[in-house]
Design a protein around this ligand. Structure first.
Ligand SMILES: [Zn+2]
Ligand SMILES: [Zn+2]
Length: 226
């Protein structure tokens, strides 16, 4: 908040001798357009304290004019200055005008500050919204990737299941082959075959033996012919 200084204008100071205060002073943005700029001309008393400006009276009081309301005022009722919107210089201001314009300027400042806060908030919301949209896009991407990965996992799972089925089928068919010709049966058949072979060999041996025992060089026993 601006520090509005109070400049003491003693009765000895004239309007032309008003000096700019080194400190921050009230700067009036605009004055009331409907103000009567000739009002002070016909006024012989201060409009605030009613002191008479008539010369030759018991107390001689100098007549001043408030440059913001153009009313006739005494120095006691206009001890301050403010920057005038028309001249951009420090001009005499009466206490009611000072109070009024100070209040207006404070309200204007507050309003500007409020508007600043609002526009900053609007900007902040905009940037937050854009950030939110970006994040939602990212989230969508991640979700899509996740869906893709899930579908890949499902495909791989079904392929794995298929391979497992194939493996089980192979094992089952191997088991079936084993059970269709059991080893014990094969051994039995082999043994039977061997026994048959042995029998046949024995028979051949017997035949050979009987053929050898027959007298080969002697004459036929019936006809004695060799
Ligand atoms: Zn006065
Ligand atoms: Zn005034």
């Amino acid at each position: 908040m601006a520090d509005f200084s109070v400049q003491d204008l003693s009765s000895s100071q004239t309007q032309s001798s008003l000096q700019a205060s080194p400190q921050v002073v009230l700067k009036v943005s605009s004055i009331d357009k409907s103000v009567n700029k000739k009002a002070y001309k016909t006024q012989n008393n201060c409009v605030i304290c009613n002191v008479n400006f008539a010369k030759g009276g018991p107390v001689s009081v100098q007549k001043h004019t408030c440059r913001f309301c153009y009313q006739a005022v005494c120095s006691s009722c206009s001890p301050l200055t403010a920057i005038h919107p028309s001249t951009n210089n420090l001009e005499r201001i009466c206490i009611p005008c000072y109070t009024r314009y100070l209040k207006e300027e404070i309200e204007r400042e507050n309003e500007a500050e409020k508007q600043g806060v609002i526009s900053r908030e609007v900007e902040l919301r905009k940037s937050l919204n854009s950030e939110k949209m970006k994040l939602e896009e990212e989230l969508d991407k991640v979700r899509n990737e996740q869906m893709g990965l899930k579908s890949q996992v499902l495909t791989l799972s079904s392929e794995l299941e298929c391979l497992n089925h194939q493996k089980i089928n192979v094992q089952t068919s191997e088991n079936k082959n084993d059970s269709s010709v059991p080893i014990s049966d094969l051994l039995e058949k082999l043994r039977e075959q061997e026994m048959e072979n042995a029998r046949l060999q024995k028979e051949v041996q017997t035949l050979k033996t009987s053929s050898n025992s027959r007298p080969s060089s002697s004459a036929c026993e019936h006809c004695s012919v060799q």
